[in-house]
Design a protein around this ligand. Structure first.
Ligand code: BDR
Ligand code: CA
Length: 309
């Protein structure tokens, strides 16, 4: 039986690739997709998500819109990375047919978890405002979720929005802190430590052929490849969000260690930093399975195989 999942997204370039992987793999039972502000406004994230489902021929999957801003802070969009619309302009000409469901993402998550206690894996590839609000509204949720897979944070390297913080955690650090402290049975952190090794290069994109999806991937990643090269010296698309989906499909893609991880929320320089207590100096029980190694080639093979169909 396929793993039941909900994806929580702020659909930018890599969220969209994660969605395509999740849908096209046929290995996940996608109960719904919830949207949140992040890379773009929540309205734009919802529209992008609906269009991606149209592209993938998966309009039956419910999309439910969520929080329009972080719990305490202001929005912090990433147009510089994902373009004005969040998808590098690739679907500007597509007319949006699919519409989101009525209701709020927070209630959708709660309802689904109550309906399938102990069965749902939450794949979080955006600031985690929706999940934090869901826990505040319905604290029992924590015991009823099977696993939370978080694309976020970095524990051994540098940040991608400040010198120390990764974007998803930085945008809503209070939400991330709340989630890390909540007591979930399993939180897996798919951070920049591993996602920066999962690089989609032009030759991989070329290997997708000339289908509608391949053309979309090429168009949506074009500017991203350029910007990544300017900053990192490699012409590639870092597969942050798709790797979190990959880990849901095949947990053996990564090696994890169980550590106490917390989030800095009161620092001028280090706000949003994920602090990992490698030597248990704080004597606090481990709460997060941190991904430290990745089978990057195997993951890229999975991604290209699935998208080739
Ligand atoms: C994360 O930040 C966003 O810009 C990406 O979509 C990804 O979820 C990477 O730090
Ligand atoms: Ca994202």
């Amino acid at each position: 039986m396929n793993k039941k999942v909900i994806l929580d997204v702020d659909t930018g370039v890599d969220d969209a690739l994660g969605l395509l992987l999740a849908i096209r793999s046929g290995e996940l039972d996608i109960l719904g997709i919830t949207t949140v502000n992040g890379n773009v406004s929540v309205e734009q994230a919802t529209s992008n998500t609906c269009k991606i489902l149209q592209l993938a021929g998966a309009e039956h999957i419910p999309v439910v819109q969520g929080a329009g801003k972080p719990i305490l802070r202001s929005t912090y969009f990433e147009h510089r990375v994902h373009g004005k619309d969040g998808l590098g302009g690739a679907l500007n000409d597509m007319t949006q047919r699919k519409q989101p469901e009525d209701g709020h993402a927070v209630d959708f998550i709660i309802d689904q978890v109550r309906k399938h206690p102990g069965e749902i894996t939450l794949i979080m590839t955006a600031p985690m405002t929706n999940l934090a609000l869901a826990i505040m509204k319905y604290p029992e949720l924590v015991q009823k979720v099977k696993e939370v897979i978080v694309m976020g944070g970095v524990v051994q390297g540098f940040g991608n929005v400040t010198p120390t913080a990764e974007y998803n955690i930085y945008v809503d650090p209070e939400a991330a802190k709340h989630i890390f402290w909540a007591g979930f049975a399993s939180i897996k952190l798919v951070g920049l430590d591993v996602t920066r090794k999962a690089l989609l290069r032009e030759e991989h994109i070329d290997s997708l052929g000339d289908t509608e999806i391949a053309r979309y991937v090429r168009a949506s990643t074009a500017d991203y490849l350029q910007r990544y090269q300017e900053r990192n010296g490699v012409r590639a698309c870092a597969m942050h969000d798709p790797l979190a989906v990959g880990v849901a499909i095949n947990p053996d893609l990564v090696k994890t260690r169980h550590y106490y991880v917390d989030v800095e929320t009161r620092s001028e320089l280090c706000d949003g930093q994920t602090v990992c207590d490698f030597q248990n100096r704080l004597s606090v029980k481990p709460n997060v399975h941190v991904c430290l190694e990745v089978e990057a080639d195997e993951f890229i093979n999975l991604f290209t195989r699935v998208l080739r169909g």
